[in-house]
Design a binder for this molecule. Structure first.
Ligand code: FAD
Ligand code: FES
Length: 256
C-alpha cells in the first residue's frame, strides 16, 4: 500500500469554531493511512496559488474515511478554504510527516493557539496512557476544548485570564502541579522553546511538532529546514527537513 496519496476530497462539513478558526472534514482514503501528528497538503482551487498549504490532522476517523483539519485564517489560501461549502472538492495529499511516537505512561499534550488541533488526535490515540491536555488560548474563544474533555483531563491557560490560569501553558503546568512522563507539544516557537527548557529541567521526555514555513511539503525544496544534532541524509549537513523527518522531533534533537 502507498504511504501517501493525492486525491480530490469532498468536504463533508465546514464549521466556524471561533473568530477566524474553521474546521473542515474531508472524505478521503488518507484517513486509513494516517496517524496522530501527521499533516496533509491542501491545494488551492485558485491555480494562481501553486503551493499547497500544510495543515495538521486534528482528527482521523479510519472507519468512515474522514479526516478533520482545524485552521486559522492566515492569508489568501486559508481564507479561500474558510469560504468553502459542503460538497466542494479539494486536491489534498497525505499523510505527510512522521507523527508522534507510541509511548506508555502519563502523557501531557500541550497546545498553544493554532497548535491545539493536532493535539486532539494525539490525545485520542494515546490508548492505555493517562492523558492530560494543557491548552493555551488568548481569551475565552476556546475552540476544541469540549472535544478534549472526552480523551484527557483538561487544564486551561488564557493570556487575559478569562478562563483557567492567567498566563501561558507552563503557568498552568505549575499551578495545577501536573506530573508527567512525556510531553507532546505544538504551538508558537517561543512556547516550544520554553517547553523544551521546562522538560529538560524536570527530566521529562519531550516531543515537539514544528509548524514552520513550507514549500513543497515532500522533502524536495529545503524551504523548511531547521538545525539539528544529526546529519541530514539529503543535504549532508546538520539540518533536518521539518516536512519529511518531522514535523515531530524529540525536543533535545532540534535547535529552535
Ligand atoms: C506541518 C504544519 C502543520 C500545520 N498545521 C496547521 C494547522 O493545523 N492549522 C493551521 O491553522 N495552520 C497550520 N499550519 C500553518 C499553515 O500551513 C499556514 O497558516 C498556511 O500555510 C498559510 O497559508 P495562507 O495562504 O493562508 O497564508 P500566506 O501567508 O498567504 O501563505 C503564503 C505561503 O507561505 C506558506 N506559509 C505561510 N505561513 C506558513 C506556516 N506557518 N507554515 C507553513 N507554511 C506557511 C503557505 O503555505 C503559502 O505557500 C501548519 C504548518 C505546518 C508546516
Ligand atoms: S517543504 Fe520542501 S523540503 Fe520541506
Amino acid at each position: 500500500m502507498a504511504d501517501k496519496i493525492k486525491e480530490k476530497a469532498r468536504i463533508e462539513s465546514i464549521d466556524c469554531l471561533a473568530p477566524g478558526i474553521y474546521s473542515i472534514r474531508f472524505k478521503t482514503g488518507i484517513a486509513k493511512l494516517a496517524k496522530a501528528g501527521q499533516f496533509i497538503a491542501v491545494y488551492s482551487n485558485d491555480k494562481s496559488r501553486m503551493l499547497p498549504r500544510p495543515i495538521s490532522l486534528c482528527e482521523i476517523d479510519r472507519e468512515n474515511e474522514i479526516i478533520r483539519i482545524v485552521f486559522r485564517i492566515a492569508g489568501a489560501g486559508t481564507e479561500e478554504f474558510s469560504k468553502a461549502k459542503v460538497g466542494d472538492c479539494y486536491d489534498i495529499m497525505g499523510p505527510l510527516g512522521n507523527g508522534f511516537p507510541e509511548v506508555k505512561g502519563i502523557v501531557t499534550v500541550i497546545g498553544g493557539g493554532i497548535g491545539i488541533p493536532p493535539m486532539l488526535e494525539a490525545a485520542k490515540s494515546l490508548k492505555g496512557c493517562k492523558v492530560n491536555a494543557v491548552l493555551g488560548y488568548r481569551d475565552n474563544n476556546e475552540f476544541l476544548k469540549e472535544d478534549f474533555i472526552n480523551y484527557a483531563d483538561v487544564y486551561i491557560a488564557t493570556e487575559d485570564g478569562s478562563d483557567g490560569v492567567k498566563g501561558n501553558v507552563l503557568n498552568a503546568m505549575d499551578e495545577y502541579k501536573i506530573d508527567t512522563d512525556y510531553i507532546f507539544a505544538c504551538g508558537p516557537t517561543p512556547m516550544l522553546r520554553a517547553i523544551k527548557e521546562y522538560a529538560k529541567a524536570h527530566d521529562i521526555k519531550c516531543y515537539i511538532s514544528l509548524e514552520e514555513r513550507m514549500g513543497c511539503g515532500i522533502g524536495a525544496c529545503l524551504a523548511c529546514v531547521c538545525k539539528t544534532k544529526n546529519i541530514d541524509s539529503h543535504s549532508n549537513v546538520n539540518n533536518t527537513r521539518i516536512c519529511k523527518e518531522g514535523p515531530v522531533f524529540a525536543a533535545e534533537e532540534v535547535e529552535i
